[in-house]
Design a protein around this ligand. Structure first.
Ligand code: BES
Ligand code: MN
Ligand code: MN
Length: 461
């Protein structure tokens, strides 16, 4: 198999098609973009048909539609189910973008001398999802598809994949597969390919602290009543101790501890703390005592404030003690923490540390279970060989700190392992202003994916 000549011949079209897809603002979190999200699902349907699927449907759900496509060449052959998402994060803060988030432009960067496409969703996940559509085009156009393929592209990943759980339960047969293939993660670098073998779980909550029943003059009342913003900051500060351990009782009870050998294996992955700090313009890293940066951001659980607000934040100064203060808090979880249990522990603890002078309300948002996949499965081995074919190197297995909660559900509902072949880089700025995806990475993904099919079909015999 040599995927290169076909890609070389069609690469301009592959890039232009992705650019068209990126122009539609499919922001699932914001109801104002409802029509655009739906329009994107129709766009994907058309691309799957053009790429060679025999059947493509837009499946309605209680939320946004799921695009399902398939090409079944022989029911006796194995089936690969490709999962991806066509929704994107809100582009905010919009003023920090160098070019508008839904007007894709190609620019060269230090890491991407071949150019990168700048747009919201370029890497997460439209660009990476679309690699699979183009890989299918390659396989069908060249008559090289060695097994069956199904696609399931959803529009609610960035808001918790609620409808997908429902869809899985109701469509087990339709979605039956031998392996699930996902490109929605990253790799170490262009020179060091890696396959993601783990994802963290998540518990996301919102807290509200209420002090007096109305906003007060901070001179007339200041010093005599609890200021909910001061109290909230104090309560948040208490959630970590001096070693940056999380102080919620029971939080670490079920955390899987890795063996010395496993940690030594992890430490072999190339990493420079200096480059890391430089890329983020920080004088020093920060985290849980006793763990390295790569351990802190993958095998250890965390608690972070994602947003905090209250009081006066407009122009100039206003002297006021606000009635309420709020924060959005996420906890990244690891095997074998149960996100519902952790949410409960958080709630109880947060309520227990509140002084009598305020009222506290904790509202859980969404959550998900962590995932770890073994490297001796046929799926992992086929992926590993695919990278060997196109990178000339064996990829490094690496656990990621991000979350794709649906992956644990795939295992539970469909009994399938997911193989995470991500082609993004940490510097691609997913969820941030100026998100981008290297053209090299995009084309390398399209080049590599067909090799996965080839090896998976051969090794499954
Ligand atoms: N694709 C990301 C997750 C990701 C990125 C995993 C890079 C590993 C490496 C996904 O779209 C995402 O953003 N997930 C959310 C969770 C979701 C419930 C909103 C996350 O990790 O914050
Ligand atoms: Mn994603
Ligand atoms: Mn995302």
């Amino acid at each position: 198999m040599n995927t290169k000549p076909y890609i070389e011949k069609h690469k301009d079209r592959f890039i232009n098609e992705l650019i068209e897809l990126l122009k539609i603002p499919s922001i699932s979190a914001d109801p104002a973009y409802k029509n655009d999200v739906i329009k994107t699902s129709e766009h994907i349907k058309k691309s799957l048909e053009d790429a060679g699927c025999d059947l493509v449907e837009i499946c309605e759900t209680p939320g946004y539609p799921i695009v399902y496509g398939e090409k079944i060449i022989n029911p006796d052959l194995p089936t690969v189910l490709v999962y991806g998402h066509y929704d994107v994060q809100p582009p905010d803060p919009i003023n920090l973008w160098d070019s508008p988030p839904f007007e894709p432009v190609i620019k060269k960067t230090e890491l991407h001398p071949e150019g990168a496409i700048f747009a919201r969703g370029a890497c997460d996940d439209k660009g990476q999802m679309y690699m699979h559509v183009k890989a299918l085009e390659y396989l069908t156009a060249n008559n090289e598809l060695p097994c069956n393929v199904k696609f399931m592209i959803e529009g609610e990943e960035e808001v918790g994949s609620e409808s997908l759980g429902w869809f899985l339960e109701n469509n087990r047969e339709k979605l039956a597969n031998d392996v699930i293939l996902i490109s929605d993660t990253g790799m170490i670098s262009k020179e060091v390919p890696s396959i993601t073998t783990g994802l963290r779980g998540l518990s996301y909550v919102e807290v509200e602290v209420t002090g007096p029943n109305r906003d007060l003059h901070s001179g007339l009342y200041g010093g005599a009543v609890a200021n909910p913003i001061n109290i909230l900051c104090d309560m948040i500060a208490q959630l970590h101790d001096e070693n940056n351990h999380i102080t919620i009782p029971g939080f670490y009870d079920k955390v899987e501890e890795l063996s010395k050998e496993e940690r030594a294996e992890m430490a072999k992955a190339p990493f420079s703390q200096e480059d890391y700090n430089k890329a983020l313009d920080i004088a020093q890293e920060h985290g849980e005592k006793g763990y390295t940066t790569n351990e802190r951001n993958s095998i250890r659980p965390t608690l972070d404030v994602n947003g905090i607000w209250g009081g006066y934040t407009g122009e100039g100064a206003k002297t006021v003690i606000a009635s309420k203060a709020y924060a959005k808090i996420s906890m990244r979880l690891v095997p074998d923490q149960d996100w519902k249990e952790i949410t409960d522990l958080f709630q109880k603890h947060f309520e227990s540390i509140a002084p009598k002078s305020v009222k506290v309300k904790v509202s859980p948002h969404h959550g998900g279970t962590a995932y770890v996949t073994p490297i001796d499965s046929i799926g992992y081995q086929a992926a590993s060989k695919a990278y060997e074919d196109t990178f000339g190197k064996t990829p490094i297995p690496q656990r990621s700190g991000g979350s794709i909660p649906i992956v644990a559900l795939f295992e539970k509902e469909l009994n399938s392992k997911s193989i995470l072949m991500g082609f993004g880089l940490d510097s691609d700025a997913i969820h941030s202003p100026n998100e981008h995806f290297g053209i090299w990475n995009y084309l390398k993904g399209i080049e590599t994916i067909p090799h996965f099919y080839k090896h998976f079909a051969t090794m499954s015999k």
